[in-house]
Design a protein around this ligand. Structure first.
Ligand SMILES: Cc1ncc(COP(=O)(O)O)c(C=O)c1O
Length: 375
């Protein structure tokens, strides 16, 4: 049996039952389950606002659009971000008519506060911080820096469902945090995400913008007796970014298991750690002090990474890489060479197989083959 790097586990019967409720109610779109899941997420994460979306990619774009419009940012203003991320973190900046400026990462593979500081210029408006693999990196310093320099702070929390820092769920001290519930994330649906603003007014704006700029969603326009009010107002051109009840129904089920699933992920990380202790040339990416990571990823650095990945694949073990330095892509190549630590990490990183379908024997097999290939 081959071993995949990431794979969702669904509580199938419960999910089907929850989806059936939507189908029987005749309500699969925005409202109904999306409202219930937004409330459940606020309660779970201790955040004041949450708006359910079709994906975190939508959320990152929406976050920038809302802040840009409120704060009067201009086309061509700059947003500092990391080159070591999934491209949607940086595409979102481009989609908002802003310019991504890369700063280098530290040993946590998250943005280094000093590197951010060095990239701040007269047109810098915001920082997009990615909690890579669920790690918080130097988050507290980045918060302090953004406050001191008057920059907005967006947390790309795609990997961070369940991550706590100093005992509190992440997101509360960002201007906006965006979570992903895409199929292989810690809380898998198929595709969906959550945008969580600190300010209620930003949340209200995001709700209008995620539904074409319309001031009331269809659910809100349908009275309990079924009467449907067709008239609404549109003041600006929005997007079709909101989530739907089918995804929210699945999310509500999966949320019940998130804590236990994350606990198992941390246990698997500890097992890998024990089995690979002292392996030649291997370096670990550790959670920052005070961080109880969601452990979306277990990442290591190894020399001759490509050879090791190929050798593992020949054994039927499909490890991954999160991520390739974005300046290696043509779209961002103009910033090549600006982030040497990200570039070096990008050549050495491996994400070990990590999902709830793996038993301890699978982890032992991965560790044994990896040790063998490391020599
Ligand atoms: C760091 C990061 N940001 C954003 C996203 C986008 O998430 P979604 O697939 O929900 O759009 C991902 C998804 O892989 C991600 O890894």
């Amino acid at each position: 049996m081959s071993i995949q790097v990431l794979q969702p586990r669904f509580r199938i019967e419960e999910c089907l039952e929850a989806v059936r409720e939507c189908l029987e109610a005749g309500w699969t779109g925005i409202g109904f389950k999306t409202v219930a899941f937004e409330k459940a997420w606020c309660d779970y994460a201790g955040l004041p606002q949450a708006h359910f979306l079709g994906s975190a990619t939508f959320g990152l774009h929406l976050a920038l659009e809302v802040l840009k419009r409120r704060l009067g940012w201009q086309q061509g203003d700059e947003v500092i971000g990391t080159p070591l991320t999934f491209v949607s973190s940086n595409h979102a900046v481009l989609h908002a008519g802003l310019i991504p400026v890369f700063a280098d990462v530290d040993d946590s593979l998250c943005l280094d506060p000093e590197a951010i500081e060095a990239r701040i210029g007269p047109r810098t408006r915001a920082v997009v911080f990615v909690g890579l693999g669920g790690n918080t990196g130097a988050w507290d310093q980045v918060v302090a820096l953004c406050r001191a320099r008057g920059l907005a702070l967006i947390l790309d929390a795609a990997h961070m469902a369940g991550t706590r820092l100093h005992g509190r769920h992440v997101g509360h001290d960002a201007d906006v945090a965006v979570f992903s519930f895409q199929a292989v994330k810690n809380l898998p649906t198929a595709d969906s995400g959550m945008i969580c603003f600190a300010r209620a007014a930003d949340d209200a704006h995001a709700r209008r913008l995620s539904w074409m700029g319309i001031d009331k969603d269809t659910y809100a326009r349908t009275a309990p007796d079924g009467a449907y009010r067709w008239r609404y107002e549109v003041a600006e051109a929005g997007f079709k970014y909101h989530g739907n009840s089918i995804m929210a129904a699945i999310a509500l089920v999966q949320l019940r298991y998130l804590e236990a699933d994350n606990q198992r992920r941390r246990e698997m990380a500890a097992i890998y750690r024990r089995l690979l202790d002292g392996a030649r040339g291997l370096r670990w990416i550790d959670p920052a002090p005070g961080c109880l990571s969601s452990t979306h990823l277990v990442q290591i650095r190894v020399p001759a990474r490509d050879r090791i990945l190929a050798a593992l694949a020949a054994d039927g073990i499909h490890a991954g890489v999160h991520y390739r330095d974005n300046t290696d892509y043509a779209l961002y190549a103009d910033q090549a060479g600006t982030c040497p630590r990200a570039q070096a990490a990008s050549a050495e990183l491996i994400s070990l197989p990590l999902h709830l379908g793996l038993g301890d024997d699978d982890l032992a097999r991965v560790a044994a083959r990896l040790r063998h290939h490391l020599g």
